[in-house]
Design a binder for this molecule. Structure first.
Ligand code: FES
Ligand SMILES: [Fe+2]
Length: 365
């Protein structure tokens, strides 16, 4: 499912730009879109990509630009083994980017086509997504996923489970997307619904956070008793424990466990360009495994929830158009402050963590 954002004229909505974090994995698209010698395109961190799946099943991501004269490789041909440029027919092995043939060369030419490379990026299939490693400028060629940080993965705690996913374009930069994702105070206003919570249900909350590498964890606790889905989970009669981790550059992992029953989700906010982003949610669960209709119902409510955030961000984009000055307040916006500090620490290489130990935050939501 994909929710897109367009203004009344059908143009995409953009906001102020954000600094981007390179040298990390980002989800490009659903990997089931890669099949039958077809080429697909995606934009990640302002980088146009062409993706596909080789005959042997391996997926690839290249810069969607021929190294010869820059025409998008996606308008060329792919036979399951080689990508052929539409302009002068240069052929590339897509996983390495190595040029395999230049049709115009004759026996008089000394040029070794195999010394030429199109830009190819590490690309791995995980949880139904094609994850692409986007290197920073001048990082050199890195193609072996084994030398890179691990590809993010949704935790699953049993062999049998159901899963769902959802994608929505957000008309704001990645920073606004991420702080919207971790903002606890918008819930009762943006996500008012009979099945979730109402404005009248606002009460004071105390949450314990602790530092984890490049992120923070909202420590295990019984989730808010004022939300219906958690009440439903309670039917199993065992204590419900939830953990929410935020980890750079853009990941929120949620785990809910109740005895042998579990629900997990991984939400990422990925920069498409410096001023727009996309939210992807993948969830898996073994609760209600045998109850029919649970997956479509979960998808329906999940889409409704994300749609509410999306509508709010479209409205926010209108306000951000004129670059207003903004504020982050304690304690409700403290996680957003930590995010900015973690991001800065990665950018300047200081490795400084904004939390030096566990801390409690208080807010009303
Ligand atoms: S532009 Fe691609 S082969 Fe010339
Ligand atoms: Fe939200």
């Amino acid at each position: 499912m994909r929710l897109v954002t367009l203004d009344t004229e059908g143009a995409s909505i953009t906001g102020p730009t954000a600094t981007l974090l390179y040298d990390d994995w980002y989800p490009a698209l659903r990997s089931d879109q890669l099949r039958d010698n077809q080429l697909a395109t995606a934009m990640l961190l302002d980088l146009p990509l062409v993706l596909g799946r080789r005959k042997d099943g391996k997926i690839f991501a290249m810069r969607d630009s021929c190294p010869h004269r820059g025409i998008p490789l996606s308008v060329g041909w792919f036979d399951g083994e080689r990508v052929t440029c539409r302009y002068h027919g240069w052929e590339f092995e897509p996983c390495s980017g190595q040029c395999a043939a230049i049709p115009s060369l004759t026996s008089h030419d000394r040029l070794d086509a195999t010394k030429i490379y199109a830009s190819a990026y590490p690309c791995v299939e995980r949880d139904g997504y094609a994850w692409v490693y986007i290197p920073g400028a001048g990082a050199g060629r890195k193609l072996d996923a084994a030398d890179l940080p691990p590809v993010p993965e949704l935790a699953k705690y049993s062999g049998k489970y159901r899963s769902a996913h959802l994608t929505a374009d957000l008309p704001c930069n990645v920073d606004h997307g991420i702080i919207g994702l971790m903002d606890p105070a918008h819930g009762p206003f943006v996500h008012q619904a009979w099945w979730w919570r109402s404005r009248a249900s606002i009460r004071e909350k105390t949450k314990r956070f602790e530092p984890i590498p490049e992120g923070f964890r909202m420590a295990a606790h019984a989730p808010s008793g004022n939300s219906a889905p958690y009440k439903l989970l309670g039917v199993y009669g065992e204590p419900v424990e939830t953990t929410i981790d935020f980890v750079l550059p853009n990941r929120r992992y949620e785990t809910i466990r109740c005895g042998s029953k579990w629900f997990t989700s991984l939400t990422t906010v990925t920069p498409v360009t410096a001023s727009t982003c996309r939210i992807d949610v993948i969830a898996a669960w073994n609760v209600f495994y045998n109850v029919p209709l649970v997956t479509p119902i979960a998808k329906f409510f999940g889409a409704k929830f994300v749609r509410q955030d999306q509508v709010t961000m479209i409205q926010q984009a209108e306000g951000l158009r004129h670059n207003p000055s903004l504020m982050l307040i304690d304690d409700a916006d403290k996680p957003a402050k930590w995010y900015f500090a973690l991001k800065q620490a990665r950018l300047d290489g200081s490795g400084k963590h904004p939390l030096d130990g566990p801390v409690e935050l208080h807010w009303r939501s």
